[in-house]
Design a protein around this ligand. Structure first.
Ligand code: SAH
Length: 402
C-alpha cells in the first residue's frame, strides 16, 4: 500500500478526530498513489495514523476511512458501514422512511450522501474513491433499507472540484423526478431533478417542526389579529408550510428561484392552502427585506435561512456582513413578541460567531432580543468532535422582547 507521510506535528488534528488530511500537511508520498486509491497515512516517524482515499489534486489529499491499522477496505467494509448507518437511523427515528441514511464522514463514509424520501433514495457522491464503488454502495444501501428506487444528484461545484463528471437522473429502478412526502403533517412534493442538493433539506426538518410549535404556542394561540409570517429563502417552503399548518393566517414565501416557488404553490395547494394565505415573492432576499422595512411592513415571525455564504475562511468577513444585513432587516420587520428563526449552514461560521452576529444585528436594529432555543442539524446528520465543519448548521429561535 502507498503511504502518505505527514510533516512533524501534522498528525495531531487527525488524531483528534479530523477526518481528512490537507495537502499542505504532507511531507512526502511513498509510492505513487493515484486518485481514488486507498493509502496509509503515517506521522513523521512512520507511525500509522489512518487509512483513507487519496486524491492527487484536491486540497483534501486524503479522506479517512479507518483509524484501525491493517483494516481491509473492501466490499464487506463498506457493507458494514452502511448497515451501521441505517441501524442508527432505524433505532433513533420515529419515521426512518424519510431521513438521511448516510451522512459522509459522520458515518465513516467520506463523500457519500444518501437521503431517503419514502420509496426513493437520492444519492450524492462527492469523492473520487467512492465514485469508483458506486454500484456496490447502492447494492448495500438497497439491502439495508429495502428501498429499490435510486436517483442520483451527482452535480454541483464540489464534484467539479473533485474532477468528477456531472450526472442527474434515475440510477436504479424507475424513480420519477417528483416524489411526495409528509413532513410533520404537511404534504410536500420534491423536485429531485431541479431542487437544491438532493431535493429537500432534511437537516432542517426538526427545526421546521420546532418553529411550527413556537408559532402555534406563542403567536396563533391568543392572537389578537391575523398572524403573518415571512419565510425568506424558502426553497420547498418547509418553514412557512409548518406555520400555515398550525394556523398562521398568511405566509409570504420569498425566494429568488422561480422553479422553487412553483413547487411552493403546488405544496400549499396539496394541503388546501391558497388565496390570501399564500403569498409568493420572487426576489433577491437582501433587496426584498429592505423593501419590506421601507414600506413599514410588520410580521409576527420571520425565517432567514440563506444558502452557505462562506465555504472557506477567506470568505468569513463577507459572510458575516451578509448575515448581519439580513438579520437586521428581519428584526426591524418584527413586532414585539415576534419570532425570528435565523439559520446558517456555512461551515466556517462557528456557533459563537453566529451568535455574535445576531447580537450585532439586534443592536443595529435597536431591538432587545432573547434566545428561546439554539438548535443544529437533525439527529440523522451527526457531527464529529474534532471537525467543527461537520457541525455546520446553526438555527436560533429568537424572540423580540421590545
Ligand atoms: N429554508 C429552506 C432551505 C433554504 S435553501 C428549507 O427549509 O428547505 C436556500 C434557498 O435560498 C434556495 O431555495 C435558493 O433558491 C434561495 N436563494 C439563494 N440566494 C437567494 C437570494 N439572494 N434571495 C432569495 N433567495 C435566494
Amino acid at each position: 500500500m502507498d503511504v502518505v507521510r505527514l510533516k512533524t506535528d501534522e498528525d495531531q488534528a487527525l488524531r483528534a478526530g479530523r477526518p481528512w488530511v490537507y495537502r499542505s500537511e504532507i511531507a512526502r508520498l511513498e509510492g505513487r498513489p493515484a486518485t481514488g486509491d486507498v493509502v496509509d497515512v503515517v506521522d513523521d516517524r512512520g507511525v500509522f495514523v489512518a487509512r483513507g482515499f487519496y486524491h492527487e489534486h484536491s486540497v483534501l489529499a486524503t479522506r479517512v476511512l479507518t483509524r484501525r491499522r491493517g483494516e481491509v477496505v473492501d466490499t464487506a467494509f463498506f457493507d458494514a458501514r452502511i448497515q451501521a448507518a441505517w441501524d442508527l437511523r432505524r433505532r433513533l427515528l420515529a419515521d426512518p422512511a424519510v431521513c438521511r441514511v448516510v451522512f459522509a464522514e459522520a458515518d465513516g463514509l467520506p463523500g457519500l450522501i444518501a437521503d431517503r424520501f419514502g420509496e426513493v433514495i437520492v444519492i450524492q457522491v462527492l469523492v473520487a474513491g467512492m465514485e469508483a464503488r458506486l454500484p456496490e454502495l447502492v447494492d448495500a444501501i438497497a439491502r439495508a433499507t429495502g428501498v429499490e428506487a435510486f436517483y442520483e444528484r451527482n452535480d454541483g461545484p464540489v464534484r467539479r472540484l473533485e474532477g468528477l463528471p456531472e450526472r442527474v437522473g434515475p440510477l436504479r429502478g424507475d424513480p420519477e423526478d417528483r416524489v411526495w412526502l409528509e413532513e410533520t403533517g404537511v404534504r410536500m412534493a420534491l423536485d429531485l431533478r431541479r431542487g437544491q442538493k438532493t431535493g429537500h433539506f432534511l437537516d432542517q426538518r426538526e427545526n421546521r417542526a420546532a418553529f411550527g410549535r413556537m408559532v402555534r404556542e406563542l403567536l396563533v394561540r391568543d392572537a389578537a389579529g391575523p398572524v403573518r409570517v415571512l419565510d425568506a429563502f424558502c426553497h420547498t417552503g418547509g418553514f412557512g408550510l409548518q406555520a400555515l399548518a398550525v394556523g398562521a393566517d398568511q405566509v409570504v414565501f420569498l425566494d429568488s428561484s422561480p422553479a422553487v416557488l412553483e413547487g411552493v404553490v403546488a405544496n400549499s395547494r396539496a394541503n388546501g392552502w391558497e388565496g390570501e394565505r399564500v403569498r409568493i415573492q420572487e426576489a433577491n432576499a437582501f433587496d426584498a427585506l429592505r423593501a419590506h422595512v421601507r414600506q413599514a411592513e410588520s410580521f409576527d415571525a420571520v425565517v432567514v435561512d440563506p444558502p452557505a455564504f462562506a465555504r472557506s475562511r477567506r470568505r468569513l468577513d463577507g459572510a458575516y456582513r451578509g448575515y448581519r444585513d439580513l438579520n437586521v432587516h428581519a428584526l426591524r420587520l418584527l413586532r414585539p413578541g415576534g419570532l425570528l428563526c435565523s439559520c446558517s449552514c456555512s461551515q466556517p461560521v462557528s456557533e459563537e460567531m453566529f451568535e455574535r452576529m445576531l447580537c450585532d444585528a439586534a443592536t443595529d436594529a435597536g431591538r432587545s432580543v432573547r434566545v428561546l432555543e439554539r438548535r443544529g442539524a437533525a439527529i440523522d446528520h451527526p457531527g464529529l468532535l474534532g471537525a467543527e465543519e461537520t457541525r455546520y448548521l446553526k438555527c436560533f429561535l429568537l424572540q423580540v422582547v421590545s
